[in-house]
Design a protein around this ligand. Structure first.
Ligand code: ADP
Length: 222
């Protein structure tokens, strides 16, 4: 919504990962502060951010002078320099910033980030690998979000098997234990559809549930 667009994001580290986050947030119309220690990076990103500044993110004073306290969301996307990533995260959590998401390089890095209070730890290659494997093995799965080891949200393509059937007819929650959060038809998104809603072939169903239940629905229900 409109109120959301007032949310302010800071992205620290403008490599491939941080850079694409920054560009995408900015493209979506959010306020983004882009921070990097490398002048060339900052120059490159000045057109893809609300502000792009040169700073060493491990330096608390430098971050404070950028008004980092005002940022509800901060992404730490410092790649190879694990020590700097940890120091930066520590500074941000000591400042009590509520949402600090950090890219982790390996299991040790992850463990330390967890201890110092990183709010979300991301392993881009690992997470993307899982997602691609899901895509590779299913023609029906269009997109996939892992919520935990057990639960996920999938975007499934409605087949002819469910064509012209209502949610009541299909009774997905009772039969498979999963819930349809939304139905996408072209550009239209129907969020929390009514039980009478009729599905047509090629609709995209956004479904939440236990992975086993989702798999069962995908295999037997579609
Ligand atoms: P990726 O694997 O996502 O491409 P990189 O390691 O290439 O990640 O990019 C990390 C970015 O973080 C680089 O642009 C680098 O200049 C920046 N960076 C490294 N140390 C600091 C720091 N102390 N403060 C701010 N930015 C930093």
């Amino acid at each position: 919504g409109l109120a959301d667009k007032k949310k302010q994001f800071a992205v620290i580290g403008l490599g491939r990962f941080g850079g694409s986050i920054c560009k995408e947030l900015f493209r979506m119309g959010y306020q983004v502060l882009a921070i990097d220690i490398n002048e060339a990076k900052v120059t490159e990103f000045s057109q893809y951010a609300t502000h792009a500044v040169i700073a060493n993110s491990a330096d608390e004073k430098a971050l404070l002078s950028l008004g980092i306290r005002n940022f509800e969301h901060v992404v730490v996307a410092i790649g190879d320099d694990i020590q700097t990533s940890i120091l930066t995260t520590l500074v941000l959590k000591e400042l009590n910033l509520p949402n600090v998401w950090v890219k982790a390089q390996n299991a040790y890095h992850h463990k330390v980030l967890e201890k110092i209070g990183a709010d979300r730890i991301i392993h881009p290659e690992h997470d993307m690998g899982i997602r691609i494997a899901q895509h590779l093995t299913s023609e029906k799965i269009v997109d996939y979000i892992e919520l935990s080891n057990e639960y996920s949200i999938v975007e499934l393509l409605a087949t002819s098997k469910v064509h012209n059937k209502s949610l009541i007819d299909l009774n997905i929650r009772a039969k498979f234990g999963c819930t349809i959060l939304a139905i996408k038809r072209g550009e239209d998104v129907n969020v929390s559809p009514m039980p009478e809603e009729v599905i047509i072939e090629k609709d995209l169903l956004i479904v939440i549930g236990h992975k086993n239940d989702l798999k069962r629905f995908e295999d037997e229900g579609l």
